[in-house]
Ligand binder design. Sequence first.
Ligand code: PLP
Length: 348
Amino acid sequence: MIDGNMFASDNYSGICPSAWQALEQANRGFGRAYGDDEWTRRACDALRDFFETDCQVFFVFNGTAGNSLALASLCRSYHSIICHELAHVETDECGASEFFSNGTKVLLVPGAEGKVDLDAVRYTVERRTDIHYPMPKALSLTQSTEVGTVYSLNEMAAAGDLAQELGLKLHIDGARFANALASLKVSPADISWRAGVDVLTFGGTKNGMPVGEAVIFFDRDLAQEFDFRCKQAGQLASKMRFLAAPWAGMLEAGALLDNATHANAMARLLAQQLTRIAGITQVHPVQGNAVFVQMPETLIESLHSAGWHFYTFIGSGHARFMCSWQTREEDVRGFVMEVEKLACLQKI
Ligand SMILES: *Cc1c(COP(=O)(O)O)cnc(C)c1O
């Protein structure tokens, strides 16, 4: 029996085996609270190994908190944050960045395929330098993007160079950073701090954890008092070991990249199979675990009535199908057969 929820989002997936196993181990006996425990130390060290640098690591419950608290730590209230007009920070976080930074304004820039246009960033910074304009202080990029594309090494380095030139701190919303790593096959260090990234919100939830994202400061000075900011925002877990254990377990087992590699492969297969059906066209390159397609409204409706749950308002507003560590090849093929059947009935 196929589950109609399986392509709705990668956060519809369950907990992957290595995260589950680590949780089970962390559940034995007692552990110190508020991050002063062995699991948290192990997870932080595993992340330092992963990024080959002595970064400062914090665990929070979700991406909205990770993004908004990280951005708030880069800005004062009279500053501004530049991001893509489709960025989660702008469209899906209920103004959390503005709230936690006490009013820092988010300035939007356009850009093809969900990536910020660097000329537009420059224009946004340079068009006004007077006292009446909120001073741009941070650039936030989403990797992989809201439409399932990936900034290449060169693109990230160019963004890093521009940020440095313009005096902006560079933040990455990496809710799907693992998918970008799996797609680019580059070292985590190269596509982050070596490219000029100051802070990364690294997603765990969508890649097989039950909950939890890591906020990683490559510039340790920027992490000053971040622990207080987390506590005040209700993001300091008292049983921190259960947020940290999945990171330790998955990193030590290599599951972080394995899961993302699998999810990406399933997305490529899904795109390839779906676009063989007449009337369905791919909208964005499939570089991560998202597939965006254009399909007739009647087909969307009949899929929905047949119990297939998926979104049509995210990113560029086309039908979006997400794959995860849990998506199986037979699920993809089974779904495509259903789409074919419904499309055929409608004589598309
Ligand atoms: C899912 C997601 C987040 C985090 O969302 P939460 O629901 O707050 O965990 C952040 N950024 C992007 C691009 C996402 O897709």
